[in-house]
Design a protein around this ligand. Structure first.
Ligand code: C2E
Ligand code: MG
Ligand code: MG
Ligand code: MG
Length: 280
């Protein structure tokens, strides 16, 4: 058809698909340039201990300041970054930035960094993380890496080996969005995680669905028996805080406590807690 129109470019697809592809190509080009120009910022969201109600960690959540579109959430560009492999550069940037910033936090506050399953395809991932730890001078025993079940999905010996080598660096591994994948329990047999982060879908309907309470209770029992901590994700109400506390979760994270915030705000928050602590 393109030929018939006498165009010099061939359109293989219907116009709508061609338009969608063009949007995608533009976003990919923007992403590539955004990484070069460091248009990204890390927001941090507190993880709160349910026994002390103090901030025990900050999860780094990436934001993109797009020159035309303003701030974009990771849900909109992480999938594309993963498909194009750009997540490797972006993930390395996020880790280096997170450790560089968290180095100055009070030593009782850990930092949590998300890793994409795609980053595990790089055989040098454990060495890369070791190098970033050395370069930033951040103590590995204050770092949590969050991974999702898909890292173990392919029953992939290489990924398992990478997890063991990461663990050997002295950091901790948390299983993110727990309960949303398939046959989750078999993963716990294959790798000893330090923490399960219970997906927010179970927390969201706690007040209306007794089954969700039972599920959270079972997960925390299981975790306790396997000597793993638990974080309830997406806690938005006091009622949910009370339920997950009673169920035995060790930590919670969610809008009820704080939304993700710029690093300066996070630092002020934990600094204030620290000063209050030293007064008593
Ligand atoms: P995640 O790691 O499961 O992070 C939790 C997400 O839940 C965050 O969304 C957070 O803002 C949101 N959230 C926290 N509390 C609540 C709540 O009470 N209610 C609701 N409705 N949502 C809450 P965000 O920041 O949009 O990040 C989405 C996902 O993007 C993350 O899910 C993570 O998988 C990914 N991501 C973020 N930063 C990075 C990164 O640096 N590297 C990689 N590979 N992935 C990242
Ligand atoms: Mg996470
Ligand atoms: Mg999560
Ligand atoms: Mg998630």
């Amino acid at each position: 058809r393109a030929k018939a129109e006498g165009s010099s470019t061939f359109n293989f697809f219907a116009p709508e698909i061609e338009a969608a592809l063009q949007v995608r190509r533009k976003l990919e080009a923007d992403l590539r340039r955004g990484i070069e120009l460091e248009q990204f910022e890390l927001y941090f969201q507190p993880l709160v201990s349910l026994s002390t109600r103090r901030v025990v960690s900050g999860e780094a959540l990436i934001r993109w300041h797009h020159p035309e579109r303003g701030m974009i959430s990771p849900g909109e560009f992480i999938p594309l970054a993963e498909e194009t492999g750009l997540i490797n550069a972006l993930g390395e940037w996020a880790l280096r930035r997170a450790l560089g910033q968290a180095r100055d936090w009070p030593s009782g506050v850990r930092v949590s960094v998300n890793l994409s399953p795609v980053q595990f395809r790089e055989p040098g991932l454990p060495e890369l993380i070791k190098r970033v730890l050395e370069e930033t001078g951040f103590p590995s025993n204050r770092l949590d890496l969050e991974i999702t079940e898909s890292v173990l999905l392919q029953n992939n010996i290489t990924n398992l080996d990478a997890l063991h080598r990461l663990r050997a660096l002295g950091l901790r591994i948390a299983l993110d969005d727990f309960g949303t994948g398939y046959s989750s329990l078999s993963y716990l047999q294959r790798f000893p995680f330090d923490k399960l982060k219970i997906d927010q879908s179970f927390v969201r309907d706690l007040e209306s669905r007794p089954e969700s309470v039972a599920i959270i209770q079972s997960i925390t029992n299981l975790a306790r028996n396997l000597k793993m901590a638990t974080t309830a994700e997406g806690v938005e109400t006091l009622a949910q805080v009370d339920i997950v506390t009673a169920a035995g979760c060790t930590e919670a994270q969610g809008y009820y406590f704080n939304r993700p915030m710029p690093e300066a705000d996070f630092r002020a928050l934990i600094g204030k807690e620290n000063r209050e602590l030293s007064l008593v």
